[in-house]
Structures are given as structure tokens and as C-alpha cells.
Design a binder for this molecule. Structure first.
Ligand code: IPM
Ligand code: MG
Length: 353
């Protein structure tokens, strides 16, 4: 029996989470797991119902759970609120409160979706499999910020040594289980914080002599991702660059609607969410792609609950449904069958073996 805190969130959040819980329940039946879901509020809905984007109760329940599943947060309705009252503050707040410093964003191009990738076939080669390891609770997202009467405004990018060390270790550990290459991405030709980052990453690299370390400036990395994505295995980077590069990496896999993520703290505790946002323009229309959330559930089973077999089964079911030609509209191409959010979730649940 696992206790899962569920934050459905805003926009398409509730639809994609419902579709994913349907898959998780089915996996539970097949693999002998029981799930107890506790729905908690964060983001826009939490603002509407409680006045705060992150009620204390939400933090407490998440901390007491085995794992956390999150849909998406935000929307135009809350756009004019001050920074610390916005739905996004709820998202950043929960990452920080739960100590989730490592954000794993795997960008994998499924064979079946080659058509949906904007990259040419000769660039894609025999497929893409990149893991973006983004630092999630530091950097410019959390540094000193403010405004003054000048008038001027600032945000500060700061990293402490332990912050860089622990995320670098995670990246090298992951690389050891993959293709043994880490590309650290920074802006060391300009930023002091990046030069500091490089020094520490080089130190940590010594603990992993089998892993090759490459270092790229972020502007170059952005370019390399579209001209030669094959060179990447694990991309290790800070909070802001990781935010940007993971969106870019997701698009080369066909759609941002395909990318899951795991936000991990120490040990197995984590929060699992698609990397995309709340897509308010298509909310409630049964159009959203639930696959990123369904794959996030698979990551939850693998990383948080140690249910490897069930995780594999969900990923296999996703591939099977794609192979059968079913697509949500964002990944549709000629000759495929376009279906809605619910049906996609149901088909994946039914395809579980
Ligand atoms: C993401 C999102 C968030 C981020 C926003 C919604 C605060 O873009 O998870 O990538 O910038 O981290
Ligand atoms: Mg982002």
C-alpha cells in the first residue's frame, strides 16, 4: 500500500492526472500494489480556495506521503498577482520545502514518433536519449531578488559548494548507469558562478574516472542540441539553464507533451510531474497529451517505490499504443489516429501487460 499525495493543479492538470491515475490503478491491479491518493491543493486553485499558492497542509501531507504526483500549475487568471503570490510560487515553494534539488528530465525519442520530431532524419540517427539533470532548488530562481527606486530590479544567481556537489554527484551516478558521459552546461566565459560551478564539477568528476566530462557554454549547448544531439548522454546544469534546455530537448523528441520528470531529494523521496505547463488554452477540452504524466508515474514507480517491473510495463504500454497509431493532436502526423486525453489514458491502461 502506497500513500500518494496528488496535486492536480490548474488548466489541463486535472485531466492529465486523472488519465494517469487510471493507468497507475491498473498497474496496481496487475502488480499487486494498492494506492491511497490524497488530493492536496497548490498553485492557482489553492489561491482561489485558500488564498495561498501553497497551503502548509499541502506541504505536511506531501512530506507524510510515499510520493507526490503533480499535474501543472498556473494560468492567465493569476498572471497579475505579485511574484510571491503567483501559482508558480507554489511550485517553487513545494520543490524547496520538500528539498527536491535534483530534477531529472529524460528526453527520449520514441521510434514511433520520429515523424513528429522537427529534426531531420540524418540528425536523429538511431534515436535520441538525453537526460537533463537540472539543479532545482538553487541558482537564480532562489537568489536574492528585489526592486528599488532607481528604478531597477534584480535576481541573483548564486550557488554554494554543497549545492553544486550534490547535483554533480547525481549526474555522474546517472551517467554510470547510462552511456558514461556528462556534459556540464554553464556560462563560464561570463559568469563567476559558472566558473565556480566548473571547478566543483571537475573535482567531483575525479570520483568517477569512467565517466567522460565535457563542458559547454549554454549558448553553444542550445545550438548543439539541434545540430548534434547524439553527442549528449547526461546534461548537468543549473536551474535556469536547465529550465530552458529541457524545453528545447523535449521538442526534439516530438512534443513537450511527451516529457516526464522526477524531482528528487535525498534518498527515494520525490515529486513526479510532466515538464510542460498547464496549457490553459486547451484546458477542459480533452485534447491534452497525458503521456508525459503517465511516464512520470512510471518514473515514480521506478525511482520512489522501487517497482521496476510495473514501471517498465507502463513504458511498454505507451509504446504499444503509439505503435498502433494512436496520437493526441500534438503528436499527430499523417496516417495516425487522433484521440483525446481520456481515450489515450484508457488505451494505455488497457495495453498494460
Ligand atoms: C518547469 C516550469 C517551472 C520552472 C515554472 C512553471 C515555474 O517551467 O518546471 O520547467 O521554471 O521551473
Ligand atoms: Mg520550464
Amino acid at each position: 500500500m502506497y500513500n500518494i499525495a496528488v496535486i492536480k493543479g490548474d488548466g489541463i492538470g486535472p485531466e492529465i492526472v486523472d488519465a494517469s491515475l487510471n493507468v497507475l490503478d491498473k498497474a496496481g491491479e496487475k502488480y499487486g500494489m494498492d494506492f491511497n491518493y490524497t488530493e492536496v491543493l497548490a498553485g492557482g486553485r489553492a489561491i482561489d480556495e485558500t488564498g495561498s499558492p501553497l497551503p502548509q497542509e499541502t506541504i505536511d501531507i506531501c512530506k507524510d506521503s510515499d510520493s507526490v504526483l503533480l499535474g501543472a500549475m498556473g494560468g492567465p487568471k493569476w498572471d497579475n498577482l505579485p511574484g510571491d503570490k503567483r501559482p508558480e510560487a507554489g511550485l517553487l515553494g513545494i520543490r524547496k520545502a520538500l528539498g527536491l534539488y535534483a530534477n531529472l528530465r529524460p528526453a527520449i525519442l520514441f521510434e514511433e514518433l520520429k515523424e513528429a520530431s522537427p529534426l531531420k532524419e540524418e540528425i536523429i540517427g538511431d534515436g535520441l536519449d538525453v537526460l537533463v539533470m537540472r539543479e532545482l532548488t538553487g541558482g537564480i530562481y532562489f537568489g536574492d531578488k528585489g526592486r528599488n527606486d532607481e528604478p531597477a530590479a534584480w535576481d541573483t544567481m548564486k550557488y554554494t559548494k554543497p549545492e553544486v556537489e550534490r547535483i554533480a554527484r547525481r549526474a555522474f551516478e546517472s551517467a554510470m548507469k547510462r552511456d558514461k558521459k556528462v556534459t556540464s552546461v554553464d556560462k563560464a566565459n561570463v559568469l563567476e558562478v559558472s566558473r565556480f560551478w566548473r571547478e566543483i564539477v571537475k573535482e567531483i568528476a575525479k570520483e568517477y574516472p569512467e565517466v567522460e566530462l565535457d563542458e559547454l557554454y549554454v549558448d553553444n549547448a542550445a545550438m548543439q542540441l539541434v545540430i548534434n544531439p547524439q553527442q549528449f548522454d547526461v546534461i548537468l546544469t543549473g536551474n535556469l539553464f536547465g529550465d530552458i534546455l529541457s524545453d528545447e530537448a523535449s521538442m526534439i523528441t516530438g512534443s513537450i507533451g511527451m516529457l516526464p520528470s522526477a524531482s528528487m531529494g535525498e534518498g527515494n523521496f520525490g515529486m513526479f510531474e510532466p515538464i510542460h505547463g498547464s496549457a490553459p488554452d486547451i484546458a477542459g477540452q480533452d485534447k491534452a497529451n497525458p503521456i508525459a504524466t503517465i511516464l512520470s508515474v512510471a518514473m515514480m514507480l521506478r525511482y520512489a517505490l522501487d517497482e521496476e517491473e510495473a514501471a517498465d510495463a507502463i513504458e511498454k504500454a505507451v509504446r504499444k499504443v503509439l505503435k498502433e497509431g494512436y496520437r493526441t493532436v500534438d503528436i499527430a502526423s499523417e496516417g495516425t489516429k487522433v484521440i483525446g486525453t481520456k481515450e489515450m489514458g484508457q488505451r494505455i491502461a488497457d495495453a498494460l501487460e
